[in-house]
Design a protein around this ligand. Structure first.
Ligand code: ZN
Length: 480
């Protein structure tokens, strides 16, 4: 690693000082996490098992919610021999946890030393997870680890383009006045001074295509020249299209974290266009840093020192590596409101092969989408959103798109083409590939669109299932 700039050295020293003298000890946790990732796979798993036993013991002894739940299911984690036995514990949902919170089963009413983090609400229900300052320092350390894995360090310039419903905007665009971040003032100070983070105004129109916003991003990124950009999956294509259409000089951004998934072909096009390396991470709001890409950028390392991550079938049994399953995570740190086998609402898959970088943590692939957006086929099979998105993202002529399965089962690919017209050959190729993927029995159509409507929280769903009572509006070209 090259010698750090004086700014980086000063900030890192400042963080070390804070950790030594104050409760803001994220840097000490970070040092430990940095070491953990280089443990051998066996030692990393042993660490996870020791930590799993500790959180299970704590939850059984001190948390009424889990004690009652596990008793009702007739399981006693004291009898477990390894993490494989965890499958005997019931999976918990946001709904179940929210209800337990309302019934004070985590005894939060006895404490004053916590603040809430809201989930983003993309998977349907929003819910709140409490953090003490100590717990929050651990989450922040996890955040730092995933950022450092890209080559970025504290003190290097960064910029973000979040979704408009992000808690940090406190409802300014979403109208959700209750939105907040835990320990917001400390967080914002750290981000602006130590991360040198510029927060760009998020896209906040109901549909894509708002040039003044994209123009402002372009100018700010051009002038500020961040080393690292964090952004939503649909923002980079918006920016690329704006630059191309106006014949502007390209931007060069060394590292980019994209929140969302991209096909390999689209990744390659974006990396080339922005002269950047794109990093992936899986970091839901309430459980920061579940998995993160290293410089090899083949999948993401699962942080097994802080979380136990499972991929499960419809009976909540583990699926094999490379097979897609719903993601269930146990947080090994949060003892205030433990999340034990917590269903996130996303689907993903573990990779079978280890990484060549030498980190001992196993790999998972990019997230395959949200459980509620799995498309239902007539055969009874379900298809992960990412498999469908791949088909459209592979096409350079496609600017943005949204594939919707309507309540009557019809599947419509709404495609915003680059340059305004969707070539017939492209449209037909998409239809053929979607038909091959989903089968000839499905009603599939491809139709040009001018805009994509964003979700209420400001995210763009590339593939989604519409409400059950919706019907597709007259497909133009039908398959099957
Ligand atoms: Zn690696």
């Amino acid at each position: 690693m090259a010698a750090p700039s004086p700014y980086t050295a000063a900030v890192e020293m400042g963080y070390a000082l804070l950790a030594a003298c104050t409760p803001y000890n994220a840097w000490a946790h970070f040092q430990e996490l940095q070491k953990n990732q280089w443990l051998s796979p066996e030692d990393a798993r042993a660490l996870r098992w020791a930590r799993l036993q500790a959180i299970l013991r704590h939850s059984r002894e001190n948390i009424a919610f889990y004690r009652q739940l596990w008793q009702a299911h007739g399981v006693d984690p004291r009898r477990f021999d390894s993490e494989k036995d965890l499958v005997d514990l019931p999976v918990v949902t946001k709904q179940l946890l929210s209800e337990a919170q309302r019934n004070n089963l985590f005894l939060l009413s006895r404490r004053r030393d916590y603040q809430f983090a809201h989930t983003s609400g993309t998977t349907g229900q929003r819910f709140r997870v409490p953090f003490t300052l100590a717990g929050f320092q651990k989450k922040y350390a996890n955040h730092l680890r995933q950022m450092y894995a890209s080559g970025w360090r504290l003190g290097m310039k960064s910029a973000t383009i979040h979704y408009s419903g992000h808690n940090q905007f406190r409802g300014a665009y979403s109208g959700r006045a209750e939105d907040e971040e835990p320990f917001a003032r400390v967080r914002e100070t750290a981000l602006s001074i130590a991360h040198r983070r510029r927060v760009l105004t998020p896209y906040h129109q109901p549909e894509t295509g708002d040039d003044p916003q994209v123009k402002a991003w372009y100018e700010q990124l051009r002038d500020y020249r961040p080393y690292l950009l964090e952004t939503m999956d649909y923002n980079l294509p918006l920016l690329k299209e704006y630059i191309e259409r106006n014949g502007l000089p390209r931007l060069s951004i060394p590292k980019t974290f994209v929140l969302g998934t991209h096909s390999e072909a689209l990744l390659a096009r974006l990396e080339e266009f922005f002269s950047t390396e794109i990093y992936d991470r899986y970091s839901p709001h309430e459980i920061e840093g579940v998995a993160y890409a290293c410089s090899v950028r083949r999948g993401m390392h699962i942080a097994i020192d802080c979380y136990h991550t499972e991929f499960l079938d419809e009976h909540d049994r583990p699926v094999a590596p490379e097979e897609t399953g719903t993601i269930v995570v146990t947080d090994l740190d949060n003892d205030l409101m433990p999340l034990i086998r917590y269903r996130l609402g996303d689907v993903g898959h573990a990779l079978a092969e280890p990484c060549s970088c030498g980190r001992g943590f196993p790999l998972m692939g990019q997230i395959d989408g949200r459980v509620r957006d799995l498309l239902d086929l007539r055969s009874g099979k379900k298809v992960a959103p990412a498999r469908i998105a791949d088909v459209l993202q592979d096409e350079p002529a496609v600017h943005l798109f949204q594939v919707v399965q309507y309540g009557d089962g019809a599947i419509v690919a709404h495609v915003v083409p680059c340059g305004g017209t969707l070539p017939v050959a492209v449209s037909e190729r998409i239809l053929v590939r979607l038909t091959n993927l989903l089968g000839p029995a499905e009603r599939i159509s491809v139709t040009p669109a001018r805009h994509i409507r964003l979700e209420p929280n400001g995210k763009c769903s590339f593939v989604k299932k519409a409400d059950p009572d919706t019907r597709a509006a007259l497909p133009r070209r039908s398959g099957g």
